[in-house]
Each structure stands twice: as structure tokens, then as C-alpha cells.
Write a protein that binds this ligand. Structure first.
Ligand SMILES: CC(C)(COP(=O)(O)OP(=O)(O)OC[C@H]1O[C@@H](n2cnc3c(N)ncnc32)[C@H](O)[C@@H]1OP(=O)(O)O)[C@@H](O)C(=O)NCCC(=O)NCCS
Ligand SMILES: [Zn+2]
Length: 280
């Protein structure tokens, strides 16, 4: 989050708005501090700002609280306290808020799930997902216009999945179907040169699905969660079909998104340049 901005809530919506500095009107100006962990700037003398920061900080670092009744499970990973490792290569993930060296009964046999978020359920999962997406879009400086993709109960243009660990949504992905209802190709696919971020001219590759947004909370990054979310999304977007890795494109990848994309499905062109599959 950029310095000089703070997070405010209006009703159910959370927005980034410019923090007001009191000049003369108040007896003293409100000094902004920047949290080095979540990067939010806020006034530490304001009770309201401190409360907003606390909420944002928890969400950004540890994800959002998630009820076990929310979402339909599409993937489960059993986690046993005795087999927890730090290494990605083993495929196991260290529990949040716990040392990998300690085995505590509270983390034994816990599950980690990926759930499909169901917009038609009036039980709060859609609202919780929207709250996460507000944070994600603010962090990415992205428009808040992707929710129609997964949140429509009439026309399904895509799906939202969340990675649930310790009753918190620690990662999310929004997948967009790039094919029309009649199976027609969208013509939105492009190749992007990784180094220059330029789109390759006059080439229109045919990608099936797109990653509209992907996000993992800060303490859960670099553990393979984003990769797992994409893998599971590829299996659960079109009924009876597993979309191949090479058929998934990225929407304006960020720096970290570009690095993830280059590992996940970048290709090396005969010129030696790394190309990423993207869509516009
Ligand atoms: C991008 C993001 C989703 C990656 O999530 P993640 O769970 O940490 O990713 P993974 O652990 O699955 O990473 C998979 C691979 O990508 C690489 N990678 C991912 N993010 C990286 C980063 N910031 N820097 C370097 N490499 C990175 C990893 O090295 C890993 O390769 P490895 O297995 O060889 O080590 C996460 O950093 C994030 O939420 N960033 C902020 C939001 C954002 O920018 N989203 C992307 C929008 S396009
Ligand atoms: Zn913070």
C-alpha cells in the first residue's frame, strides 16, 4: 500500500483513501507511520486508524477468517504434525504461527483445503471473498471490476477458489473463461516478452482460461500455494476437462506474478527470449 494512504471502511466496503492531515484546524497534525510488515500508512494517534490498520494487517499477513461451511471442497491435503517440513520439494507446508521444529497437538492431522467459492450461497462466503478481493485489488492497484467474472449467479464467466489453512483463506485465485458460451475463441490471447513487457505483434495465441487475479497472504508466500491454486483451478473450471498448463494465460502480471508465470508456463522462444502467455 502506498505511503500517505490509509484504509477506511464504509459499510461493508473497504477503500483506500487519502489520509487527512489536520492543518491548524486541530491542535496538532496527525503523524502517519508506515508498518514495515503490511506497508500500510496510518495515524498512530487515531483510534480509528489503529483499528483499521489492525484489521488490514491481519488480513495481509495471515489471510481472512473462513468458516468451515464456506465453499465446496475441490482439494484436500492432510497435514500431520510429525511430517511437517519447510521444504517445497517434499510438497508439505509448514503450519502458520508454529515452529516447524515443534509438534503441537493442535496442529496434528489438520487439513488444508482448496474450495470453490459459491456465489449463489447466501451464507457469507461471497461477502468474505469480496472483502479479500478489495484488499487484493488495492495491493495490486487494479480496478475493482473482476468480481462479475465469478460472482454472477446467472452467467458463469469464471470461478473463484480460495486456499484454506487454519480456518483462514490464505490465498485466492480468480479464473476467467476465455471461450464464449458457444465455444468461440475470444481472440484475447497474446505473448508478452518477459524482459521488455512488450506484446508480440500480429500473433494471437488461443488460450482457454485466464488468471484474472491471484494472491497469497504474506506469511504463506513461497510455499507453493499459488502453484497449487492454479493446478487445482485448471482441473475444476470446465467440467470433465483438465486444462493444460500451456492453455492458461495471465492478465497483466505484476513483478511477482511475472516471476510465478515464468516458472509456471513461460516458454523460451528460438530467439532466446522468455515469453509469457497473457491476455488483454
Ligand atoms: C505472486 C504470488 C501469488 C506468488 O505466490 P506464492 O504462493 O508465493 O507462489 P509459489 O510459492 O507457488 O511460487 C512458485 C514459483 O514462482 C516463483 N516465485 C513466485 N513469486 C516470486 C517472487 N516474488 N520472486 C521470485 N520468485 C517468485 C517461486 O520462486 C517459485 O518457484 P520455485 O518453485 O522454483 O521456487 C504472491 O507473491 C502474491 O500474492 N503477490 C502479490 C499479489 C500479486 O502480485 N499477484 C500476481 C498478479 S499477476
Ligand atoms: Zn501492518
Amino acid at each position: 500500500m502506498r505511503a500517505g494512504k490509509s484504509l477506511r471502511t464504509t459499510g461493508n466496503k473497504t477503500n483506500l483513501i487519502q489520509s487527512k492531515l489536520q492543518v491548524n484546524g486541530g491542535s496538532k497534525s496527525r503523524k502517519l507511520v508506515k508498518c514495515d510488515k503490511c506497508e500500510m500508512s496510518y495515524s498512530c494517534t487515531s483510534i480509528e486508524d489503529r483499528a483499521i490498520h489492525e484489521k488490514y494487517h491481519a488480513l495481509q499477513l495471515h489471510g481472512r477468517k473462513w468458516s468451515p461451511n464456506w465453499g465446496s471442497i475441490v482439494y484436500t491435503k492432510e497435514r500431520h504434525s510429525g511430517t511437517v517440513h519447510l521444504s517445497r520439494s517434499t510438497g508439505t507446508i509448514t503450519p502458520l504461527n508454529s515452529s516447524p521444529l515443534k509438534s503441537s497437538p493442535s496442529v496434528a492431522h489438520q487439513e488444508e483445503n482448496i474450495v470453490l467459492v459459491r456465489p449463489d450461497k447466501p451464507n457469507g462466503e461471497g461477502r468474505a471473498m469480496m472483502e479479500i478481493m478489495t484488499l487484493v485489488n488495492n495491493e495490486l492497484n487494479a480496478p475493482h471490476d473482476e468480481n462479475d467474472i465469478w460472482n454472477s449467479t446467472t452467467e458463469e464467466r469464471g470461478r473463484a477458489f480460495a486456499y484454506i489453512r487454519n480456518n483462514r483463506a490464505v490465498g485466492v485465485i480468480i479464473i476467467e473463461n476465455l471461450y464464449g458460451c458457444d465455444g468461440s475463441v475470444s481472440n484475447r490471447g497474446r505473448w508478452m516478452v518477459y524482459d521488455s513487457r512488450r506484446l508480440v505483434q500480429n500473433v494471437y495465441p488461443d488460450f482457454k482460461i485466464g488468471i484474472s487475479r491471484i494472491w497469497v497472504c504474506r506469511t504463506a508466500r513461497n510455499l507453493g500455494i499459488a502453484t497449487k491454486l492454479i493446478d487445482i483451478a485448471r482441473e475444476n473450471i470446465i467440467y470433465g476437462e483438465v486444462i493444460p498448463r500451456c492453455q492458461i494465460a495471465w492478465s497483466q502480471p505484476t513483478d511477482s506474478g511475472g516471476k510465478l508465470a515464468s516458472k509456471y508456463n513461460g516458454i523460451v522462444h528460438k530467439s532466446g527470449k522468455l515469453l509469457l502467455p497473457v491476455y488483454i
